[in-house]
Design a protein around this ligand. Structure first.
Ligand code: UT7
Length: 331
């Protein structure tokens, strides 16, 4: 979808990651892996992990607090709170509800969306539509993930890849001077849903002693196939949204890709013909934080001065679903 004259802006951003750092060396002690394998195959050096009792809603609320402070708004000013997560604290109610209570957004309607790593970008598109429709003015879009709660720490093919954290943006009515969310492209391929999933623990296969002993509540991933799909789909989404917003890759100041694997990021960048200094990378410090990865990267890019008001960014996400997308925004 494209807005010819955008009415929505990304007004502020924020993030929150747990203090605890887990290094590749820490994994060498628990599974058959090495710092060398993890670094060369993924680009990850370390990731964050929640302390006991620290949950998805806690990180979400902290990222939201920072984002509202950055905008100079009170919690009461938020109309809608959208929380993207693949790691809800409870299956009922939505983790957005607990986040709303922690933040004190008394006037907001709050709900979760589930689109795995693409969820935050889907949420921004939803916020854009809700504001463009004239229904709302301030939508807080948070991605928060406690991946450590759903990882199998006996499976080296998945446990080294992910990390915990939260990122957020306030999407508000605004625009003018060319600023705003210019367009978003989203797609899903549910036929390949089981390439990245948690087989048990939902309504179709509730947890039993048997599912637990087979470790079926944890994330399972067909890494190689997901890798190929990720490169193709992110490139195609970027090309679609560049076309629909009438932009060229040379117009983009910074590409902010989902941080799943440095080799995926490099392959997408090379296919798009964009050099590394116009691509934001922080996977070395956080691993794959699923739907928190793009808002964390965007917040760091802003705070490091890599982008500022007037910068044109291209964000692209891919993950379980399979679900993916891309968005062009002038900050
Ligand atoms: O968030 C969005 C969705 N997820 C992604 O985008 C992830 C996409 N996939 C990937 O990033 C990569 O496929 C992985 C990082 C998951 C795996 O890298 P790969 O280069 O595709 O490795 P592979 O799965 O082809 O495995 C190569 C070898 C295997 O050993 P054999 O069968 O060749 O003997 C694996 O068992 O590497 C082995 N291996 C490991 N070795 C050491 C897999 N994980 C590890 C590990 N340490 N942690």
């Amino acid at each position: 979808m494209t807005s010819s004259s955008p009415r929505t802006v990304i007004r502020s951003t924020g993030m929150s990651v747990p203090e605890k750092v887990v290094t590749n060396a820490d994994f060498e002690a628990i599974v058959d892996t090495s710092d060398e394998w993890i670094t060369t195959r993924t680009g990850i050096k370390e990731r964050r992990m929640c302390a006991e009792g620290q949950n998805t809603a806690d990180m979400a609320a902290e990222a939201g607090r920072v984002t509202l402070a950055d905008a100079g708004l009170d919690p009461d000013d938020v109309d809608i709170l959208i929380l993207s997560t693949a790691t809800p604290d409870h299956l009922l109610p939505a983790t957005a509800c607990e986040t709303q209570a922690l933040l004190g957004c008394e006037n907001a309607a709050a709900f979760d969306i589930s689109a795995a790593c693409a969820g935050w970008l889907y949420g921004v598109s939803l916020a854009d539509a809700m504001i463009t429709s004239g229904m709302h003015e301030n939508v807080l879009v948070i991605g928060s993930e406690k991946m450590s709660a759903i990882l199998d720490y006996t499976d080296r093919t998945t446990c080294v890849l992910f990390g915990d954290g939260a990122g957020a943006a306030l999407v508000s009515v605004g625009g003018g001077n060319g600023r705003g969310i210019l367009g978003t492209h989203m797609r899903t391929n549910g036929r390949q849903a089981r390439l990245l999933w948690r087989p048990a623990g939902g309504a179709a296969l509730p947890s039993t002693d048997e599912t637990r002993s087979d470790r079926m509540e944890y994330v399972k991933q067909e890494g190689r196939e997901i890798f190929k799909q990720a490169v193709m789909c992110m490139e195609s989404a970027c090309r679609h949204v560049l076309d629909s917003t009438d932009r060229r890759i040379s117009d983009i100041d910074l590409v902010i890709p989902h941080q799943a694997n440095i080799r995926i990021i490099d392959a997408v960048a090379s296919r798009l013909g964009v050099e590394r200094d116009r691509v934001f990378v922080n996977i070395d410090r956080y691993g794959n934080t699923s739907s928190a990865s793009i808002p964390i990267a965007l917040d760091e890019a802003r705070r490091q001065g890599r982008v500022g008001e007037g910068s044109t960014i291209l964000m692209t996400a891919f993950g379980g679903g399979l679900a993916w997308g891309a968005s062009v925004v002038v900050l």
